[in-house]
Design a protein around this ligand. Structure first.
Ligand SMILES: [Zn+2]
Length: 358
């Protein structure tokens, strides 16, 4: 039997639960798990399964409308800033009170509810006593304390990071050789999208080399620091290229599907584009973190060399070891301060200045 969940990779337990829930729905579900685990794809499949008379056959009109985002009874709430605003939840509540136009449910999706500092009370309120044909689908990539009460109002559907084997299999089926596929899967941390980008990233080794060349290139001249910071930021731009191609392909696919359904445009375009933007920011942050860890590696080696020299009572080794420790600490602090909306160039420049002073 094939159905809408067949496209969800390596999440057998969540999918089995969702198949069951599609037949016996309650008013609110909370999908939890990391980005790139297939949680978003499973959620879209679940909307189809909820609307389909056969609980997600994948071929009927209800399924196709939901899968392409063209079902007017399925609404993805839109977030304009980093955090959900009370008014945005109020708008979601207004939609949730509408009678569905079709024979299915009124489905309201609110993604990343962990970003509701200051507005979670409103979210909690809208989950109270929704109309009988309304279903809320929430997602969260983290579970802060503030979500505990919200969780108690929903059925949780947990997703784990995908296994290296699942991602390797997927990439080899997609035409990549087993060795490259496995390397990308291993480096991806269970994030399929990240693996899809890494496997296409031919410049990865060159970028690591750039980050590792930093200590030798810091000579205390601030103009050199600025140039190096710009070079690093540009290398992150380049790293994003495969992601942009994947996103373009996804949009082309949605446009073609919308056309085959006789629609002029993709219905949820704005939502999809904002998801793409979030994904680009997430990848930039991850790439930066990746670069920082490559840089830490160089200073760790210096630390080891310095400590070895210490045994001989060498003064230069002592200076080298303590300098390396301060550098590692500075990189660690920068890495911990990474957020998606950070001023990346400023952060790199400040870090390089700190490193050049050691
Ligand atoms: Zn169907």
């Amino acid at each position: 039997m094939t159905d809408v969940f067949d496209a969800v990779l390596g999440q057998d337990r969540a999918v089995a639960a969702l198949r069951h829930y599609a037949e016996h729905p309650v008013h609110a579900y909370l999908f939890t798990g990391p980005a790139g685990s297939g949680m978003h794809e499973a959620l879209v499949a679940f909307t189809a399964a909820l609307q389909c008379p056969d609980h997600g056959c994948g071929t009927c009109e209800a399924c196709r409308l939901a899968l392409t985002g063209a079902d007017s009874d399925v609404t993805f709430a839109l977030r304009s800033g980093t955090n959900w605003q009370v008014e945005e939840f109020a708008e979601a509540e207004r939609v949730s009170r509408r009678r569905p136009l079709g024979v299915g449910h009124q489905i309201v999706v609110i993604e990343n509810v962990e970003l509701s500092t200051g507005s979670s009370a409103k979210l909690l309120k809208i989950l109270e006593e929704p109309p009988t044909r309304t279903i809320f689908l929430l997602t969260a990539e983290a579970l802060p304390e503030s979500l505990v009460t919200i969780m108690s109002r929903c059925i949780e559907v947990p997703f784990s990071p995908l296994s290296i084997e699942t991602i390797t299999d997927y990439l080899t089926r997609d035409g990549f050789d087993a060795l490259t596929a496995r390397a990308a899967a291993t480096a991806s941390g269970g994030d399929l999208r990240r693996a899809q980008v890494l496997v296409r990233d031919t410049e990865l080794a060159a970028r690591i080399a750039t980050w590792q060349s930093i200590p030798d290139r810091l000579d205390g001249v601030s103009a050199h620091v600025s140039a190096l910071a710009i070079e690093l930021s540009a290398s992150i731009d380049a790293a994003l290229a495969p992601l942009l191609v994947l996103q373009e392909e996804e949009m082309d696919r949605l446009v073609a599907e919308a056309k085959s359904l006789g629609q002029r445009s993709v219905s949820r375009r704005k939502d999809i584009e904002s998801r793409f933007k979030r994904e680009q920011r997430r990848f930039r942050t991850e790439d930066l973190r990746f670069g920082l860890s490559a840089l830490t590696h160089v200073y760790r080696q210096r630390l080891v060399e310095g400590l070895e020299g210490l045994d001989d009572g060498d003064r230069r080794s002592r200076v080298m070891a303590s300098g390396a420790i301060r550098c590692i600490e500075a990189i660690d602090a920068a890495s911990r301060g990474l957020q998606q909306n950070i001023d990346e160039l400023l952060m790199i420049t400040n870090l390089l200045l700190t490193l050049s002073r050691q």
